[in-house]
Design a protein around this ligand. Structure first.
Ligand SMILES: Cc1cc2nc3c(=O)[nH]c(=O)nc-3n(C[C@H](O)[C@H](O)[C@H](O)COP(=O)(O)O)c2cc1C
Length: 192
């Protein structure tokens, strides 16, 4: 099982990174699991420039920067983990720029073609979100919004690990309810 993990927070030891690392540790125990990790805030790349080259003359993104390898790895992976803080009710700008670049995963006739994705179907998505606000009703739209687009790409199964009311670095480490979510997700991914 090939796993790609994208850390979307500039805080390498923040709450979303902690949750993602805990999940990776559990997956890593199983033989045959290969993990690639990317700290997006340490990388140099831009968002989509709407050149539409991926719809007119090529199969991949025309921009060549640090995301090129990441996009290629995501094409090949079985499980994609995206971990992000909530910033102004959204994912971080680092993760959003990556998501915009995944536009290259869609075929030119993606609007009318039922087989719209260039990716092989059956990948799994894990979305990990940390937010300072303790009320779960706030910003609950983030996951379904991106889950919709990744389903379009052919990600069949998806999981959400979400910690609300975590503000300072590693607040989440004291939360047993979140550890239970991480355990459950790891078991599902490993087929336990
Ligand atoms: C620029 C910025 C914007 C933020 N916006 C929100 C927000 O809209 N809603 C919220 O609940 N928390 C917000 N927060 C708090 C973070 O979501 C919270 O600290 C979270 O635990 C950060 O995740 P991390 O530790 O993985 O970086 C914001 C923090 C920053 C720095």
């Amino acid at each position: 099982m090939n796993v790609v993990c994208l850390f979307g927070s500039p805080r390498k030891k923040g709450n979303s990174a902690w949750m993602a690392q805990q999940l990776l540790q559990r997956l890593n125990h199983k033989k045959g699991v290969k993990i690639k990790q990317y700290y997006l805030a340490k990388m140099k790349y831009s968002g989509c420039i709407a050149c539409y080259a991926c719809k007119t003359k090529r199969q991949d993104c025309a921009l060549k920067d640090d995301l090129t390898q990441v996009l290629n790895d995501v094409k090949e992976c079985d499980v994609l983990i995206m971990a992000s803080p909530t910033y102004y009710g959204e994912v971080s700008s680092q993760l959003k720029a990556f998501i915009d670049r995944t536009f290259s995963f869609l075929k030119p006739d993606y609007v009318s073609n039922p087989e719209s994705s260039r990716l092989k179907s059956g990948k799994k998505l894990v979305f990990i979100i940390a937010q300072g606000h303790p009320d779960e009703e706030f910003f609950k739209d983030i996951f379904p919004r991106y889950d919709f687009f990744f389903k379009w790409y052919g990600f069949k199964e998806s999981y959400l690990i979400r910690a609300c009311g975590v503000y300072n670095m590693e607040d989440v480490a004291r939360r047993d309810d979140i550890v239970a979510q991480i355990d459950k997700t790891a078991d599902s991914l490993l087929g336990i």
